[in-house]
Design a protein around this ligand. Structure first.
Ligand code: HEM
Length: 393
């Protein structure tokens, strides 16, 4: 089959309305075939689980070196040294930061994350009626990132806006205000942030020592720190907000969490499957390649759509149902797969587990008090506003 046969007309995953209510369009793309070509965006869209998994795992034919976002970046230019690279560079760079996310580091951070999660839940139950985005989703990832990197930004709101703006650069519609904010964030980090880094933190190790194995080139250090600093905020906030929304929609699943808190780690996986925060990742083909019988030509741009792949009925039974006991929940692609599997995954998981543990100990029911409004972010599937009532008990 050629691109003309696999053409999908009139369906744009980046339409303003689609971003707010993406489910139908995502399902249409998935059901149209293993890979479909969008002439408007000049990109191959991959929305089925098997095809998405194939693209993510076959990193030799689907390359990241020209960028893991919509816009191509120069392979040897000013790109992100980890996510926008292929082996052998990727292997070297990954080893320079991977140990920072090991068990020992996470266990060091856990008590502070736990204390903050408990404090936020306490304050929220006293208030009763809250917006779960501003109360929870915006706060915990900001704190964890400070602890991890040692970067102390001006304030939490600025940090949120910066992380959101940097994320937006991943998609096709570049708003000049967001580009300005992303530059502002980079300038702040290079001019002020790195000068304040305490010793014995990840930021210091990256900037002064070239990472844990000393393998980062001088020219890679600032962009490496920048990407880790901001990559985890918008995404983890998405996960926390999406989790609150999911349990407001499925109260029986909240009862199940409370009845057996040992299910929380699996619930976090199922939450990422059911409402995946990152919408897409991009790859570029080096040669013609077959995806489920569809021939994608060489030098093509390929967009893996994560949320529809994680709701693919060919892979998950009753995919639209949230089931925190689902045995294969962890097979989701929300954190990517293979060599580019999210390096921050242990932190994202730990934050979510601590948050849900604290919430489940104090809150019997989560009820909506107004419409849940999804953010029109082209990168993250997350909520802009999520008004809920927390009933303690
Ligand atoms: C729920 C929260 C998160 C989600 C959904 C998420 C999602 C992802 C995905 C899908 C990828 C793969 C990108 C690709 O294949 O091109 C990725 C990679 C990455 N993530 Fe995350 N992420 C999350 C949290 C974090 C955190 C907390 C950090 C850092 C503190 C982080 C830093 C990174 C970095 C640096 C990469 C590049 C890894 C590589 O290319 O080897 N992420 N993330």
């Amino acid at each position: 089959m050629t691109s003309d046969d696999a053409l999908l007309e009139g369906v744009d995953p980046y339409g303003a309305q689609v971003l707010r209510e993406p489910a139908d369009t995502y399902a249409k793309i998935r059901e149209a075939g293993p890979a479909v070509y969008s002439h408007d965006r000049k990109v191959w869209l991959v929305g089925r689980y098997d095809s998405a998994s194939q693209v993510l795992r076959n990193y030799r034919e689907f390359r990241s070196g020209l960028g893991a976002g919509y816009t191509r970046v120069p392979e040897h230019g000013n790109n992100y040294p980890l996510v926008d690279s292929d082996p052998p560079r990727h292997t070297r760079v990954r080893r320079s930061v991977q140990p920072e996310f090991g068990r020992e580091s996470m266990e060091k951070l856990r008590p502070v994350v736990r204390a903050v999660a408990v404090g936020l839940v306490e304050a929220a139950t006293v208030a009763g009626q809250i917006d779960a985005v501003s109360m929870f989703a915006s706060r915990l990832p900001d704190l964890s990132t400070r602890l991890l990197t040692g970067v102390e930004p001006p304030d939490s709101l600025t940090m949120q806006a910066w992380s959101n703006a940097v994320g937006q650069l991943h998609g096709p519609n570049l708003d000049p205000r967001e580009s300005d904010l992303a530059f502002q964030a980079f300038n702040w980090l290079s001019n002020e942030g790195v000068a304040m880094l305490p010793k014995h933190c990840m930021g210091h190790r990256i900037m002064e020592e070239g990472g844990t194995n000393g393998a980062l080139a001088d020219s890679e250090r600032l962009t490496m720190l920048f990407s880790i600093w901001l990559a985890g905020i918008d995404s983890s906030s998405g996960l926390i907000g999406n989790a609150v929304n999911a349990f407001a929609e499925f109260p029986d699943q909240w009862d199940a969490v409370r009845a057996d808190p040992r299910l929380i780690p699996n619930a976090v996986e199922e939450l990422m499957r059911w409402d995946s925060p990152l919408r897409s990742v991009y790859r570029r083909t080096v040669a013609q390649v077959d995806v489920g019988g569809i021939v994608i030509p060489a030098d093509a741009d390929v967009c893996v759509l994560i949320p529809p792949a994680n709701r693919d009925p060919r892979r998950f039974t009753e995919p639209d149902r949230l089931d925190i006991s689902r045995v294969d929940a962890k097979a989701h692609l929300a954190l990517g797969a293979s060599i580019h599997l999210c390096v921050g995954a242990p932190l994202a998981r730990m934050e979510a587990v601590e948050f849900l543990t604290a919430l489940s100990r104090r809150v019997r029911r989560i009820e909506r008090t107004g419409p849940a409004i999804r953010a029109a972010s082209q990168t993250m599937s997350k909520f802009e506003s999520l008004p809920v009532r927390l009933i303690a008990g």
